[in-house]
Design a protein around this ligand. Structure first.
Ligand SMILES: [Zn+2]
Length: 478
């Protein structure tokens, strides 16, 4: 109840606090986006917890009181809210009648066909949806890679969720069914309409700048004491040869190129994922890219609200989108070091694995029995928070957020990072995550492992060397 009280009071005091802030500090951001960001951070914050004792509970303790677990689900997390908003924004994009005079012939044609779909009898639309569903369900089954037992649980879970979502489409309104058909057949048209409608170009330009600054930090600051000259050369070469897909492919904004894409014979390189997906990846040796070339994709989906916004102070963006960019770049660094000296990377993973197994998740009192399978991802997290923080420090602004001026920008950087991982989960789900780990560490562990290995975090919150979030034994990554 105490939390509810604090959160209610935070809402109520937000405007009052921000006007008070102005009296004492003129560098408080006043944009609408800043107010929304403050509201979200205050809702999640539990100020009764000492940040040096449990930084996850301090930053995210309030999340579960404001975000109930949806029926038929066992968890909700911050990123689900980003997905929900993106899905809402992707709906009805073809309803706009001005598209009939759009500069792209493809968009005009798709709009005409969409109108036909909306006027068509239900049985025909239903059968097209069904056809696409069968195709997608078969594809999902093909994707199941049972060679890797560790990730099988997560894959099955993901496939089951997607299958339920897809089957649910058969019962949707006509508009949603038509959206589904056209999004499946003309994804780039949807991407283009999304970019135009929500004017994301400016934000994406700024996010590309943020990404480049983190890349430069990794390029210039990776110290020779931590890695050998051989590894350093491999990192430099890798960074140069990687293809970076940030935001969306620029050709989508050109009408003639969009038309050419659907006329056939296009030379555009496909991205590894849809640009409205809330995800990011580092990949190598795949179709269209030579084995010695790599690609990092951070699409507009994961750069949207909560993660990046040009109208909020830089510490919010570097803490969230900066961390994600740093994480993918760090996968690159892992890959490039591994190519020349496997043992260095293995050593870092072993160090983090030991720490992961000691962290006790407070809701269940459980910890990992064996965290080997998630240690590589945790190494990327630890490296990412360092790279993003160091990069932000080079250009840091001193702006603060309304109602949060009691925190320094350094503290808000870390709070913004933790906010990506807030969750509300049933005990069973947490138990499964910890007993059959695959891929990334559980949300709670992602926050704790990242901050306990960051001296910048301890400095920002003045954590004593004896506190839980500032252990003497740190795993130094790169
Ligand atoms: Zn990763």
């Amino acid at each position: 109840m105490k939390l509810l009280h604090i959160n209610f009071l935070s809402f109520f005091l937000l405007d009052f606090a921000s006007s008070l802030d102005y009296l004492v500090n003129s560098r408080i951001c006043s944009s609408h986006e800043c107010k929304l960001t403050s509201k979200r951070i205050l809702e999640n914050l539990d100020s009764s917890v000492d940040p040096c004792d449990d930084f996850y509970l301090f930053s995210c303790g309030g999340f579960k009181f404001n975000n109930k677990i949806p029926e038929k689900n066992d968890m909700i997390e911050s990123l689900d809210l980003v997905v929900k908003e993106l899905n809402m924004k992707s709906k009805g994009l073809l309803m706009d009648d001005t598209l009939l005079s759009h500069g792209s012939k493809t968009v005009r044609k798709v709009k005409e066909m969409y109108d036909d779909c909306m006027n068509d009898d239900d049985i025909h639309v239903y059968s097209v949806v069904e056809e696409i569903l069968v195709e997608k369900l078969l594809k999902l089954n093909d994707q199941l890679n049972t060679n890797n037992i560790s990730s099988t649980f997560k894959q099955i879970q993901g496939i089951q969720l997607e299958a339920t979502r897809l089957r649910g489409l058969l019962h949707l309104k006509k508009e949603d069914q038509c959206d589904f058909i056209f999004e499946d057949k003309f994804p780039y048209v949807f991407d283009r309409l999304f970019i135009d409608k929500y004017s994301v170009v400016e934000d994406v330009d700024a996010a590309r700048h943020l990404f480049d600054s983190i890349k430069t930090t990794i390029e210039q600051d990776t110290e020779i004491d931590w890695v050998s000259q051989k590894s350093l050369n491999s990192i430099q070469k890798g960074l140069r040869r990687t293809r970076y897909n940030i935001g969306f492919p620029d050709w989508i904004l050109e009408d003639d190129q969009l038309d050419r894409e659907y006329r056939g014979g296009s030379k555009h390189k496909e991205w590894g994922m849809n640009i409205r997906q809330v995800n990011a990846e580092f990949r190598w040796g795949f179709k269209g890219i030579k084995a010695d070339k790599q690609e990092i994709t951070v699409p507009v989906g994961i750069l949207s609200r909560h993660m990046f916004n040009s109208n909020v102070p830089s510490h919010v963006n570097y803490g969230a989108a900066g961390f994600v960019s740093g994480h993918e770049l760090s996968h690159g660094v892992q890959f490039w070091i591994k190519r020349v000296e496997k043992d260095t990377v293995h050593e870092k993973e072993m160090c983090i694995q030991g720490q992961l197994e000691e962290v006790v998740e407070p809701q269940t009192g459980l910890s990992y029995l064996n965290a080997r399978l998630v240690s590589a991802e945790a190494v990327a997290d630890v490296a990412a928070i360092n790279a993003s923080f160091n990069s932000w420090m080079k250009t840091r602004d001193h702006e603060s957020l309304p109602g949060l001026s009691a925190f320094t920008p350094e503290q808000l950087f870390f709070i913004s990072f933790a906010n990506i991982w807030c969750f509300n989960a049933k005990d069973d789900r947490i138990r499964k995550e910890l007993s059959t780990p695959s891929d990334h560490p559980f949300n709670y562990h992602r926050v704790i492992i990242s901050v306990i290995n960051s001296p910048d975090f301890s400095n920002a919150f003045h954590c004593k060397p004896t506190s839980k979030m500032n252990p003497l034994q740190k795993c130094i990554v790169w």
